[in-house]
Design a protein around this ligand. Sequence first.
Ligand SMILES: Cc1cc2nc3c(=O)[nH]c(=O)nc-3n(C[C@H](O)[C@H](O)[C@H](O)COP(=O)(O)O)c2cc1C
Length: 367
Amino acid sequence: MAINHLFSTLQLGPIELANRIVVAPMCQYSAVDGVATDWHLQHLMQLGYSGAGLVMVEATAVQRHGRITHGCLGLYNDDCQMALSRVIASARRWAGPTKFGIQLAHAGRKASCNVPWQRHGHSLAADEDPWPTVSPSALPFAADWHTPVELSRSGIQKVREAFVAAARRAVQIGFDVIELHGTHGYLGHQFLSPLSNHRTDEYGGSLENRMRFSLEIAASVRAAIPDSAALGVRITGTDWVDGGWMPEDAVALARSLKAIGVNYVCVSSGGLVPHAKIPVGPDYQVPLAAKVKRETGLATRAVGMIWTPQRAEQIIAAGDADMIAMARAFLDDPRWGWHAADQLGATVHCPPQYQRARADLWPPARR
Ligand SMILES: Cc1cc2nc3c(=O)[nH]c(=O)nc-3n(C[C@H](O)[C@H](O)[C@H](O)COP(=O)(O)O)c2cc1C
């Protein structure tokens, strides 16, 4: 029988994933003041038995003002923690070996926005309860967006403490994986890229200085969470803009993250400035992930328009990535993992309530 790479187990630091399929973090814009609702319950329960080895919970704000929109999930107070605990406990109950991770985030200058289905891509207007935004420099994302306040040193420290506090809450909830959001133009990325970071102190200028914010947060979170939890970072492979963040920078960042005990990176790209020309197409970010993996040896997740089981299998088999994350494919088909297993001759967990739909678990003779 052919070796099945996509459905082989993966040791990700302290945890073992049942396979290499990851449900990518996806904002649902369905929280109320940062608190998860029944939408999250149904969303994460069904993805828990999707056949993926790891389900990532959406970008979750570590500070209230770090939310992208009024509907974004948060983990900055007890109400947020209690609601998310209930959701994850329910999802875990039927998820078999599937692990759960959470992406901790701060939107920086891209906070205080409308949800995508209401005036997509616009800052909140004066009558939409906007809030002040922060960034390494007072540079707006685009001309008609809020101008952020430049973060002071004490502001930077507060953000770092908020990441640590949220990570501790995530561990109490029982997440196996903590992921820090460092791409798509949000706060970590704003510090990394010379296009959005014009600081002249130790957090700006050289690559080393621009990486300081992300590395300090990663090191503080690593020190605060138990060894039994895996830590990852979603990084930017490139800004797709001359003079911006480059693939070589991503390699340098991944190397430094590895040195402080980060267990994996997910390599995405773009989102920092609106005028970037992104060559969107099948697998378009895979070469970025492959470069980071090859040059650092760190476990790497590829993402971005990898939609077929065969392609996902080929990417893992070629050694271009260790995991494949998929977002929209799982919205379209929440049992993507089952159908991939059927096509590649593998088996996945299926909760007993649904086993009559699976020929391998409930053969036709018993139906
Ligand atoms: C509805 C939706 C919400 C998303 N929210 C997040 C998010 O919370 N954090 C993040 O890093 N990326 C987010 N993304 C980006 C995805 O994780 C993924 O990188 C992107 O959709 C490309 O993968 P795909 O082609 O498999 O959809 C989101 C994408 C979608 C479609």
